[in-house]
Design a protein around this ligand. Structure first.
Ligand SMILES: [Zn+2]
Length: 295
C-alpha cells in the first residue's frame, strides 16, 4: 500500500511534469472508481490546464485552471504513470509492478489523461483506488478531508501538537493511535514500526504510559523516517522508477520492518514479528520491552 512518502514521491514527480499541460482527451470506463459522467468530463476536464499538484495525507490533488480538481487515492494497488509520446520523459510511482515500466495502456489501466504530447495513466490492478473530478472549493467539505488529522511534516506542526493529538486516545496502544488517520495523517505500518523502534517504545504500550520524553523522541523519529523515505523515493521494495528513472530504495534502510529473524542493528537481539491491531508488527524484544501485563 502506498504510504505518505510514496504519495509525496508521486506529487514531486508529477508536480515537475504536469503544470501547464492541457487535457485534450480522457479515456475511462470505471464507474465505481471514477464516477464522473462523460458530460462532466467533457465540460470540466477536457480543455482545462493543470495548475498544481498537491497532496493531503495519502490523497493526491491535481488542481486545474478552471477551479476544478482531480482527487486521487491510490489505495492498495493504484499507480500513476506519466509518459511523453517521444518516450523521453517517463515517471511512475505508487504500487510497484510491471505496469510502471511496461507498454501502456494495459489491462490495469482505468483512466488515461491525454495531454497531446504526453499521457498520464491511472492503473489499478485490484480497483480499490478512486479518482473524482470536483470543484476545488468543495474539497475541504469532503468527509475524508474534514476528518483527517494534521500533516506530520507540516512546518507548523510541533511536538506539543503531536503529543496532544496522541493523548486524545490515552487508553489505546500507541501503534493503533499512530495508524489512526484522524489523529495524524498518512502514517502506515512501515513508518509506525520504524519510528516506534527508533524511540524504543513497544507498540502495545498504552499512550498514557509512554513518558513525555519518549513521545517527543517518537515525534522526531517519525519525522526523520518520513523525510528519509521521501528522499529515497518512497518505501516500495520492488521495481519502480522515479522522474529520473531511479528506483525507490527506502526498505534497504529499514531497521525493523520485514527484518524479523535477523539481528537488531542496535543490540543484536533477533527481531520478532507479531500482530498488533491486526497488522504485522516488527519489534526488538530488548530495545522495546513489552509493557507489563501484556502477553
Ligand atoms: Zn535491539
Amino acid at each position: 500500500m502506498p504510504e505518505l512518502p510514496e504519495v509525496e514521491t508521486v506529487r514531486i514527480g508529477l508536480g515537475s511534469l504536469l503544470p501547464g499541460k492541457i487535457v485534450r482527451a480522457v479515456t475511462f470506463d470505471w464507474p465505481k472508481g471514477f464516477p464522473n459522467s462523460k458530460h462532466d468530463v467533457s465540460v470540466f476536464l477536457i480543455g482545462a490546464a493543470v495548475k498544481d499538484v498537491r497532496r493531503r495525507a495519502k490523497v493526491l490533488i491535481i488542481d486545474l485552471d478552471n477551479d476544478y480538481s482531480l482527487i486521487i487515492h491510490l489505495k492498495m494497488t493504484g499507480q500513476l504513470v506519466f509518459r511523453s509520446n517521444d518516450d523521453l520523459k517517463r515517471f511512475g510511482a505508487g504500487h510497484p509492478n510491471d505496469s510502471l515500466i511496461g507498454t501502456l495502456p494495459d489491462k490495469s489501466t482505468r483512466v488515461t489523461l491525454d495531454f497531446g504530447d504526453s499521457k498520464l495513466f491511472f492503473n489499478d490492478q485490484r480497483k480499490f483506488g478512486w479518482m473524482r473530478l470536483v470543484p476545488t472549493i468543495e474539497i475541504p467539505e469532503i468527509d475524508f478531508f474534514k476528518k483527517v488529522g494534521p500533516e506530520p511534516l507540516a512546518h507548523d506542526f510541533t511536538d506539543q501538537d503531536f503529543i496532544k493529538r496522541l493523548q486524545r486516545r490515552p487508553k489505546s496502544n500507541i501503534k493503533a493511535v499512530l495508524l489512526d488517520q484522524t489523529v495524524i495523517a498518512g502514517i502506515g505500518n512501515i513508518y509506525a514500526d520504524e519510528s516506534l523502534f527508533a524511540a524504543k517504545i513497544h507498540p502495545l504500550t498504552l499512550v498514557k504510559d509512554v513518558p513525555m520524553a519518549k513521545l517527543k523522541k517518537l515525534f522526531q523519529e517519525l519525522q526523520a523516517v518520513l523525510r528519509l523515505s521521501i528522499e529515497k523515493g518512497g518505501s516500495s521494495d520492488r521495481n519502480y522508477v522515479d522522474a529520473k528513472g531511479q528506483k525507490g530504495s527506502y526498505l534497504t534502510f529499514a531497521k525493523v520492518f520485514r527484518r524479523d529473524g535477523q539481528p537488531c542493528l542496535v543490540c543484536g537481539t533477533i527481531i520478532e514479528k507479531s500482530r498488533v491491531v491486526g497488522r504485522g508488527t516488527h519489534t526488538c524484544p530488548t530495545c522495546q520491552p513489552k509493557p507489563k501485563g501484556t502477553k
